[in-house]
Design a protein around this ligand. Sequence first.
Ligand code: GAP
Length: 568
Amino acid sequence: MYIVKKKIKGKEYYYLNKAVREGGKVLSKNVAYLGKDKKEAEKKAKEIIGSIEKISNAQKRRAKESRKSEKSVSKLEKKELSIEELANFCKKRGFVYASGEIYGGLGGFWDFGHIGVELKKNIKKEWWKFHVQKREDVVGIDGAVITNPKVWQASGHVKSFIDVAVVCKKCGFKTKIDKHELGKVKCEKCDGEYKSIGEFNPMFITQIGPIKKDSVVSYLRPETAQLIFINFKLVQENARMQLPFGIAQIGKVFRNEISPREFLFRSREFEQMEIEYFIEDKMKCPYMDEMKNIKILVYDKKMQEKGKETKIMKIYEACKKKIIRTDWHAYWISKQYQWFIGLGAYSEKFRIRQHLSNEKSHYAIDTWDLEYKFPMGWRELEGFSNRSDYDLKQHQKYSDKSMEVINANGKKILPHVVCEPSLGVERALLVFLFDSYFYDVGRKNVILKLNPKLSPIKAAVFPIVKQAKYIKIAQDIVDDLKEEFNVVYDKSGSIGRRYARNDEIGTPYCITVDDKSPKQKDCTIRNRDDTKQIRVKISDLRGVLRKLINGEIKFEKAGKLVETRVKK
Ligand code: GAP
């Protein structure tokens, strides 16, 4: 940079200029006005050059730091956590806390933190989009948590929703088991023998009306399904649905589990995502072609009874061979499995297992579970029961209101639910966390490779230096993106630290406003999974981010690829 003197109408003026190369020519561009006095001008020029150098050194330092922090990113390792380790991670990173922790917590109740609430909301949003929004044959409802207690008498839950409470004779560990398991299963803690301490109904009882003598006893719902059955006729008529069709619901349910355990896996308060899919008895599933090539580990009743191993099979074939008895059952299992895999879960950690005869719920004539290989072993992730016409028949009987609909031939019929997909939101959340948890050995931090659709925060925006013009651009970007996405502005700590903090909670994209941004009106986007960076015009950012999150464009194609690696 150099000082330039200009004479205008006989007076001298001093300017600070710099040489810039533009279109093959070297031009002298004005940087600042220095005044009319030579000495003053020299002093001012020194100050300006000093502060520009300071900023540019800081930028260089940060850029170097950022490149250094990205150098060893390829050393990603898949980490298999225990359920306790995951619980610790969830607490530290703002996903999940024991409810009422300052008072010692309360068994089976959990609070979701500022990151956890977003993940949970995104899981529910994706489920709803896949099963309701994108389908013509499924509509949704949102029923009450507490309803008329007659519902639970009609549904059989008051009489038959029964668990057996047992205590280990050797170590005193208390748990619940299914009736048929009594005398067969050993204590999970010490292999000792269990003894029954009675049967219990896990429904939470509550009093409706504050004056006890005038009040009515009811229950917190133990499944969302009954709210669908009792509203079946209203929904069918108002939404003008024709068989086959489904009604979906997401909502809280409560079960007074004798032994809530394994973090979120067995809670007393949780959320279910359920579909009751109604058909005319024996109606064929028209969607079988959609699932022709879907393979999964199959473990049917016979294999279990004969002590055989699971078998990898096409779900379609399992249905043709009558291992899975109805096409609707096969269809919904494959749909749900596809939903999990589509959002990044690992296919090899899933299997389907048929319930043994004495294991089924009181309403079910055949049940399959989609199981997941949790660190505690294979466990139920989602249930698929054939409830036949049990529920509608019961409500018809107890309410004396017809639940029949008119079929295509103008005949009144009572619909069947041959398959009820029923999934706990928290169990789905565990699956997505387990399967996305990686560790970067080089940089020593966790990378949560969540599908961007599920990521709690879609992008973090940083100014590379804490200087007004960069901060302003970064904040304008945040304001614009916030119209559509959950994004954060992050200016504290080194760039490397900011990347690491966001990698750990699964933020897929980090947007940086750097030294080129004010002039070029662009910024960089850094991809969490491979740390590659692209430059994108700020005016295109919202659209690019939308396409990236929805998986509609490859990262490398979304902008101009930037060289970030340190050359040796
Ligand atoms: N409407 C059918 C029904 O409620 P379920 O097998 O008792 O069937 C369905 O429950 C799903 O709800 C399970 O597959 C699981 O994902 C979730 N679930 C059940 N009990 C749970 C608990 N105590 N804690 C967390 N999730 C639970």
